[in-house]
Design a protein around this ligand. Structure first.
Ligand SMILES: Cc1cc2nc3c(=O)[nH]c(=O)nc-3n(C[C@H](O)[C@H](O)[C@H](O)COP(=O)(O)O)c2cc1C
Length: 187
């Protein structure tokens, strides 16, 4: 296991009792060049490749951004261990139509309230009847709705910072061919 991955696995283990340690920020760029940033939940670190997984809605801004430009940035601060990971990533969208089994796997792991969020309507549209509950009398299906999707973020550059200790530790990792190269840098 490469150095940054070992660190991340350890950070997640040490912060396993705090759900917010799974939240990170994902910044994408839209076609007009503007940057968009939002919090998402890490749904897993891939076992076979250096990639993160998350779930989202195909109708959201982030998906149209990624389809326009798959390059994105992740900033992940794990408060419990006082470590920051910044990743340069390439994103790929896995839709229910092309990757039904994969989407099904992620869908069935969601809690009922998390599934319900996918039935609220199209994200970002104006909420016309704000007084009405968004939760329609719609049964939650065993299979995900068509707009559910899974994102894979392949990591190709890592900036790691640990605030523990004096001096702090900062490391930069980049890929040389298929091997990760580590440079220790001044924080
Ligand atoms: C703690 C937290 C976790 C979130 N997790 C997700 C997530 O896993 N997937 C997602 O699509 N949106 C998630 N959101 C909502 C996004 O931050 C964002 O508001 C929404 O996806 C719309 O983003 P967009 O219009 O930029 O695509 C989360 C928000 C918060 C505050």
């Amino acid at each position: 296991m490469n150095g940054w991955r070992q660190r991340l696995v350890k950070s997640l283990y040490q912060s396993r009792s705090t759900p917010e340690s799974r939240y990170f920020q994902l910044a994408t760029q839209s076609a007009d060049g503007r940057l968009h940033n939002r919090t998402v939940v890490c749904r897993g670190l891939d076992d076979e490749r250096d990639a993160l997984w998350l779930i989202t809605d195909t109708r959201s801004q982030k998906v149209s951004d990624i389809l326009n430009n798959p390059q994105a940035a992740v900033c992940w601060y794990i408060a419990k261990t006082r470590e920051q990971y910044r990743f340069s990533v390439t994103c790929e969208v896995f839709t229910t139509s092309a990757h039904a089994t994969l989407c099904q796997q992620y869908w069935q792991l969601l809690s009922e309230p998390a599934k319900t969020q996918f039935l609220w309507g199209e994200p970002g549209l104006e909420r016309l009847n704000a007084a009405e509950s968004l939760v329609a009398e719609m049964p939650i299906e065993a299979t995900p709705p068509a707009h559910f999707c899974v994102l894979r973020l392949d990591i190709h550059d890592v900036d790691y910072l640990s605030l523990r200790g004096n001096p702090q530790i900062r490391e930069h990792y980049d890929l040389v061919g298929s091997k990760w190269r580590l440079n220790e840098i001044i924080p």
